[in-house]
Design a protein. Structure first.
Length: 259
């Protein structure tokens, strides 16, 4: 009897230990998820570049971190944009030339990434491919061509220009098609509380020039500022082709600051 009682006690202790271990593991997972949610909501959010609208500054396949605290917090700072409050908390105005992630105004769901060009009250217009801010042409200088390779491997040289905004922020834009539909636009007047966003790839960007797609972006829709590229791949290797990974990774873009 004593031996049987001892075995039962040991079995019960083992069950308690297993139960305690499961509970501890569950708590660890919950804590880790809460920490990850806090970091994503209030500090940094990873973002993947799915299109060529920001070439050559950002390339398809770039993965970057967006700082959530740069412009303060709105409902769009949280996953699924819950309507917990309106406006922004600890709001800070973006600087002209920032690259910002925002919710597309037409659906308040899709994430877009563009450059802040027009501030509230600004007038914005494109004339023969030249950007005008408040009736003044933004200086641009021709630089070396961008080497573009399409999905079929065809190579094309695309003219590049270095544009410099009134506050001194300078960046590269592409001019893929001369005299395209968006090289000449009407005059836009940015409303108060809104921003005018444009892609650096001027002829291949759905941005504030397209009223029924993006239009003027409300301050509330800004999610954060693009900061640093932490990984980049050119898409030439599938996930299962492990042997091709080293050649597909753009090593020179890793840990590259976004400007």
């Amino acid at each position: 009897m004593a031996g049987r009682s001892w075995k039962m006690t040991m079995s019960e202790n083992a069950k308690k230990l297993r139960g305690s271990s499961v509970a501890e593991n569950a708590r660890t997972i919950v804590y880790a998820l809460l920490i990850a949610l806090f970091i994503r909501a209030f500090l940094f959010q990873p973002f993947f570049i799915p299109s060529s609208s920001m070439e050559s500054t950002l390339l398809v396949g770039d993965y970057l971190f967006v700082s959530k605290y740069s412009y303060g917090y709105s409902k769009h700072s949280l996953p699924f944009s819950p309507p917990l409050f309106s406006g922004r908390l600890m709001g800070a105005q973006p600087t002209r030339g920032d690259i910002a992630v925002f919710k597309q105004p037409s659906d308040n769901h899709t994430d877009f990434i563009k450059r802040v060009i027009g501030l509230p009250g600004d007038s914005v217009q494109m004339k023969e491919g030249v950007l005008y801010l408040n009736d003044r042409a933004v200086p641009r200088v021709r630089v070396d061509d961008f080497i573009y390779r399409d999905a079929a491997g065809n190579v094309r040289r695309v003219p590049q220009y270095r544009e410099t905004l009134p506050n001194g922020v300078s960046y590269i834009t592409l001019d893929m098609n001369r005299n395209s539909v968006w090289d000449n636009t009407g005059l836009y007047i940015v409303p108060q509380g809104h921003y005018f966003m444009m892609g650096d790839n001027r002829d291949n960007s759905s941005d504030s020039r397209v009223a029924d797609s993006v239009g003027y972006v409300p301050f509330e829709n800004l999610i954060g500022k693009a900061q640093i590229i932490f990984f980049s791949a050119d898409g030439s290797s599938s996930f299962w082709q492990v042997w091709n990974w080293p050649s597909a990774i753009r090593w020179g873009r890793i840990a590259k600051w976004v400007d």
